[in-house]
Design a protein around this ligand. Sequence first.
Ligand code: SIN
Length: 206
Amino acid sequence: MSINTVAINRQMSHFDSHASVWLFGYGSIIFKADFPYLERRPAHITGWARRFWQGSHDHRGTAEAPGRVVTLVPQADAVCAGMAYLITPEVFAHLDHREKNGYLRLVTQIDFGDGEKAEGLIYIASEENAAFAGPASELDIARQIARAAGPSGRNSEYLLMLAQALRELGTEDAHVFEIEKHLLQLEREAGVVSLPGHQHLQKTQG
Ligand code: SIN
């Protein structure tokens, strides 16, 4: 089940008078910046935990076989590392379309880790949205990801690219890395190799 959030996001007027706005990315926005930006900086937000709890019917899965992508869930002591982009307000039309399957813009405090902070935006898919898949064990999430693919590519590629991007940021994310470990094991058992940014290969004998 999915919902289109474009119209709701378009009504958000919080940064209307601003020439530029910080956007904090914690999922595909970290590794797939298919939009123009003025500046990009590693950053983190507090009080939110990254979880593969959002269903993907439009990018990494289909209506019949949804994939799973990340959203944020409130957790008082959590620190979520990601990438912040300084963008101009026109860019939101593209982002609202890209994140339309349940994600709403939310104002949040972004911390650049060097004493500097800024008010900015995240796209978040809350548990009320129709595409919310909710909690499951890391193994079950990996099983669902291993099977799913959609117009943006295989769900496994999303997971592996996110895990790689988090390592490049020098961040530990036990949830993501545990799912990655299970996925790689499932793929080994199935004789499949998924490499970030590459095709899904079926291993041949010899
Ligand atoms: C984000 O990356 O910040 C939002 C979730 C996603 O598009 O993967």
